[in-house]
Design a binder for this molecule. Structure first.
Ligand code: BG6
Length: 505
């Protein structure tokens, strides 16, 4: 892993953002740069060039970003940090498809780099719609803007989604590799930027007590919940072409599964870690069509009440057709077919307009042979569980049985609870800080490698095929503000299990 813990400023460089007038730049990238700057993690020799189609001067770009940062940061907006970043922001109006724009961009990059002493190190952030990724890379290559020489590096960050299915991901990998080598490619998944997600590896491999239990001999099953109470908000147009499966599963949720199930890497080098993650993903056997029918559930929200407010049905959201069959909820049962995980089901669910926002991984251990406590109410005692709360209220809790004080033996479940904020305080973070910082240091550990993206799409491919061949007839099939369709509960009750209540909901 990078030396981020040591708090060294990143390399001198210029960051070029394609899609600079978009939402990601405003909501995530600029706030992340401000947080990095505040922590002294950006080089003094750092600058940003925003590129998008609208005409704007450098000053207008700065003013727009300042307004956005003030609005979003509200009380945390820091005048001093802004004053540091502002003169490092530049803008160029240009179209990704227009080769002339690249000549102008190159001239501006050289001018900005020389002015700030950025040593002509460049990284491009493709914060655009994915259909522009291949073209942008091809144009950058044709203009000689991706070639590394001497000590000058060139890197490209690709925002999610990387492809929309296996074929398009393969094609995109092939296209970008005509221009870039794999070590110049940074496929982002912002879940890997979350501290709590990074902590899964530390928790497992830096502590001697959990890893010996981390296998089919002691674990009954794993549940992963990524619940959102929001609907599709302003993104109906995009979301309707994607759906919950594509939007969340092959990327965010598979990152969580691979970190939870991977073998210990031989080191924390990017490839050592990613080799193990890739191996874990390869161990998930894609489902047969019959298995898709039995082991997956899809849903779409109708109207309902979320957090005390009335919510409209998905089909009435802006940009969504009123007969849409796009799913806003997915649940499934997967198995990781290797020695460690044989027979341990992994249940996952994710959806919009659920009762609350919570991302949690629950590890449920086997029941103890309770012969000793036969005459007590032990059957009602839940098995020991370890819950990794990734957001919100970040923390880890372990629940187990304890004797209720008194002359008669009664057992009850108790909880040991660790909260990040109690130990480390709450640091504002967008999840992008670490990823941008690592890219500037050339550390790709927290980015997806080509084989990982392809393995992920391979797992979801049969699900997408069956779902496409059999359009849902019962949508909408869950009320906003509930935990998805009934079938999601049945997926577990069939196995004699049930979804755990999220701590945060
Ligand atoms: C994005 C999805 O990648 O992740 C969104 O496109 C989703 O639909 C978001 O809301 C969830 O991210 P987070 O960080 O809020 O859990």
């Amino acid at each position: 892993m990078s030396n981020g813990a040591a708090g060294q400023p990143a390399d001198p460089c210029v960051m070029v953002i394609f899609g600079a007038s978009g939402d990601l730049t405003k909501r995530k990238l600029i706030p992340a740069l401000l947080n990095l700057a505040k922590d002294g993690l950006l080089s003094e020799h750092f600058a940003v060039i925003g590129v998008s189609r609208s005409e704007m001067s450098h000053d207008e770009f700065r003013q727009k970003l300042r307004g956005d940062a003030e609005e979003l940061g509200a009380s945390s907006f820091d005048q001093e940090t802004w004053a540091w970043l502002e003169p490092r922001l530049y803008y160029l109006a240009g179209d990704i498809g227009d080769s002339d724009a690249y000549g102008r961009l190159r001239a501006l990059m050289e001018e900005v780099s020389d002015r700030h002493g950025a040593k002509r190190n460049y990284f491009y952030y493709l914060a655009t719609a994915p259909r522009f990724f291949a073209e942008a890379v091809e144009q950058l290559g044709a203009a000689g803007m991706t070639q590394e020489d001497d000590d000058r590096w060139r890197r490209v960050i690709f925002e999610k989604p990387f492809g929309t299915d296996l074929d398009s991901a393969r094609k995109l990998n092939q296209d970008v590799r005509k221009v870039l080598s794999e070590r110049q490619i940074y496929r982002i998944d912002h879940y890997l930027g979350k501290e709590t997600v990074q902590n899964i590896m530390v928790f497992r491999f830096a502590n001697g007590i959990f890893e010996p239990l981390w296998n089919h001999r002691y674990i009954d099953h794993v549940q992963i919940t990524v619940a959102e109470s929001i609907g599709v908000e302003e993104r109906g147009g995009y979301y309707d072409t994607s759906g919950a499966l594509r939007d969340m599963v092959p990327n965010h949720i598979f990152q969580l599964i691979s970190l939870t199930t991977m073998e210990p890497p031989v080191s924390f080098d990017a490839d050592a870690v990613r080799d193990e993650q890739a191996k874990a993903l390869r161990s998930i056997t894609p489902m047969t069509p019959e298995e898709v029918l039995q082991m997956t559930v899809r849903g779409q929200y109708g109207e309902g009440v979320v957090n005390g407010e009335n919510a409209i049905p998905y089909r009435s959201e802006k940009g969504v057709p009123d007969d849409s069959t796009t799913e806003t909820f997915v649940a499934m049962k997967l198995t990781v077919d290797n020695w460690r995980w044989a027979g341990v089901p992994i249940y996952l669910r994710t959806g919009k307009r659920l009762p609350g926002r919570a991302t949690e991984i629950a590890i449920q251990f086997n029941r103890a042979p309770f012969m000793l406590f036969r005459k007590t109410d032990v059957d009602r005692l839940p098995p020991s569980r370890l819950i990794l709360r990734l957001q919100p209220d970040e923390g880890i809790s372990l629940s187990f049985g304890a004797k209720v004080p008194g002359p008669v033996v009664h057992l009850d479940a108790v909880n040991m609870d660790f909260k990040y904020k109690d130990y480390f305080g709450a640091t504002p973070s967008t999840g992008y800080e670490r990823l941008l910082y690592d890219c500037m240091l050339g550390d790709a550990t927290l980015f997806q490698r080509a084989d990982m993206t392809e393995s992920s799409w391979k797992i979801v491919a049969p699900i997408m095929d069956v779902w496409k061949a059999l359009p849902p007839r019962n949508f909408p099939n869950y009320e906003s503000g509930t935990w998805g369709p009934k079938a999601a509960d049945e997926l577990l009750t069939r196995d004699g299990r049930k979804w755990l209540r999220c701590a945060a909901c």
